[in-house]
Ligand binder design. Structure first.
Ligand code: ATP
Length: 237
C-alpha cells in the first residue's frame, strides 16, 4: 500500500533521514520504533506532505506522492494523527471532528460527513457525551481519541500516527492500541511511530527500528519484541 524508497529529508542543514526504505502492507498495523530525535516525526511529516523529501520516493498505491501537498494527500486517503494531538482547544469536540471532514463539507456532502461521524462515535462513545465541550477541557486520553477521530473523519485508507501514547496512562495506551488493531482488522492500513516500543510491537505485525535517521532493524514485530538489541535499547531490559 505504501512503499518508501531511499527517502531523504532535511530541515536545511544536512539530512535528518538518510535513505529510508520500507513497505507498509495494506490492512495491517506496522510499527516504527525510535528514540527521541531518531527522525520519526520527520518521516511522518514527509509521508503526509507537510515536508518535501530531498531525495527518494514515497509511493502510495503505486503512485509517487512525494512532494504533493498535504491536502492532496488527505484526498488520496492518507490521514495523519500528529504528535502531541494538536486538537483545536477552544473549538468543541464536534467542530474538531468536522475539521477532519473538510473535504466532504467543501462539496456539501453532509451525508458522508454524518456517516463518518457515526463511525467515529461508535468507535469512541466517550466523544459523543462531549460533543459540545471545548476540546481543551478533555483529558489527555480523550484528546488522543479526538485526534484519531478527526483523522478518521476524512475516511482514510492509511492512518499514520505519530506517538499516540505520549503522556498517557498505560491503561489508556492499551485501549488506543486495541482500537488501532480493530481498525486494521477491518482492513485499514495503520502505520504507527512510537518510542513506547513494547505495546506498539505487541499490536503490530511488522516492525522497524529507526536510529539517527536510518533503519537499523526490520522484521516481524513478535520477533523484534524478543530481540536482545531491542530489549536493551528500547524496553529497558
Ligand atoms: P521526538 O520523539 O523527540 O519527536 P523524532 O524521532 O520524532 O523525535 P524528529 O522530530 O523527526 O525526531 O527529529 C529528527 C531530527 O531533526 C532531530 O535531530 C531534530 O532536532 C531535527 N529537527 C526536527 N524538527 C526540526 C526543525 N523544525 N528544524 C530543524 N531541525 C529539526
Amino acid at each position: 500500500m505504501l512503499e518508501i524508497r531511499d527517502l531523504h529529508a532535511s530541515y536545511g542543514q544536512g539530512d535528518v533521514l538518510h535513505g529510508i526504505s520500507l513497505d507498509v502492507p495494506g490492512g495491517e498495523l506496522t510499527a516504527l520504533i525510535g528514540a527521541n530525535g531518531a527522525g520519526k516525526s520527520t518521516l511522518m511529516k514527509t509521508i503526509s506532505g507537510l515536508m518535501k523529501p530531498t531525495r527518494g520516493a514515497v509511493r502510495y498505491e503505486g503512485r509517487d506522492i512525494g512532494g504533493l501537498g498535504a491536502e492532496r494527500i488527505v484526498r488520496l486517503g492518507l490521514a495523519l494523527v500528529p504528535e502531541g494531538r494538536k486538537v483545536f482547544a477552544p473549538l468543541t469536540v464536534a467542530e474538531n471532528l468536522e475539521m477532519g471532514a473538510f473535504q466532504f463539507l467543501m462539496r456539501r456532502d453532509t451525508q458522508r460527513c454524518r456517516s463518518r461521524l457515526d463511525f467515529v462515535l461508535a468507535l469512541f462513545p466517550k466523544l459523543e457525551e462531549r460533543l459540545a465541550q471545548p476540546a481543551g477541557t478533555l483529558s489527555g486520553g480523550e484528546q488522543q481519541m479526538l485526534a484519531i477521530g478527526r483523522a478518521l473523519m476524512s475516511d482514510p485508507k492509511l492512518l499514520l500516527l505519530d506517538e499516540p501514547s505520549m503522556g498517557l496512562a498505560p491503561l489508556i495506551v492499551r485501549q488506543i492500541f486495541q482500537t488501532l488493531s480493530e481498525l486494521a482488522a477491518q482492513g485499514m492500513t495503520v502505520f504507527v511511530c512510537e518510542q513506547n516500543s513494547e505495546v506498539t510491537l505487541r499490536h503490530a505485525r511488522t516492525g522497524h527500528v529507526l536510529e539517527s535517521g536510518r533503519l537499523v532493524l526490520s522484521g516481524r514485530a513478535s520477533e523484534l519484541v524478543a530481540d536482545s538489541r531491542v530489549k536493551e535499547a528500547y524496553l529497558g531490559v
